[in-house]
Design a protein around this ligand. Structure first.
Ligand SMILES: [Zn+2]
Length: 140
């Protein structure tokens, strides 16, 4: 994993690597929290959703039109709530085990995990404000 993310605070380019356990990625120049979006697979799903920082998993597939509406909303949430949330993208076509384990039957489904446990579940393409209203109580 080596995506380059531009720091929203100072504009410095940052190479995102896995941060220390319990920490969100931060800008190497100014220390500001960076938007945190990663792609998970069946193999690393449990590891990706563990930890004290809330993790919102986007169960999606390339053929799903509503999923394409949710994706940019999640990007803005990752930026606005940097340091307080991690977004994990899971392609259900390529990773049926994680989707099956959480009984995902229609997509998009968003599940919020805290310390590895699901605490909120949102089915369908919700508008940004509705999504934030459901997430906000769980964010530190
Ligand atoms: Zn910075």
């Amino acid at each position: 994993m080596s995506d380059i993310v531009t720091c929203p605070s100072c504009g410095a380019p940052n190479r995102i690597t896995a941060p220390p356990v319990g920490k969100a990625p931060a800008c190497g120049k100014c220390g500001a929290a960076l938007p945190w979006i990663v792609t998970a697979s069946d193999a690393d799903f449990t590891a990706q959703v563990s930890g004290p920082i809330p993790v919102l998993v986007d169960f999606w597939a390339p053929w799903c039109a509503p999923c394409r509406m949710v994706a940019p909303v999640l990007e803005t949430i990752a930026a606005d709530k940097a340091g307080r949330i991690k977004i994990v993208k899971l392609n259900v076509d390529e990773n049926p085990m994680a989707a099956g384990a959480h009984r995902v039957q229609s997509i998009p489904t968003l599940i919020l995990f805290k310390n590895g446990q699901p605490v909120e579940r949102l089915v369908g393409a919700l508008p940004r404000e509705s999504l934030l209203a459901r997430l906000e109580p769980h964010l530190g």
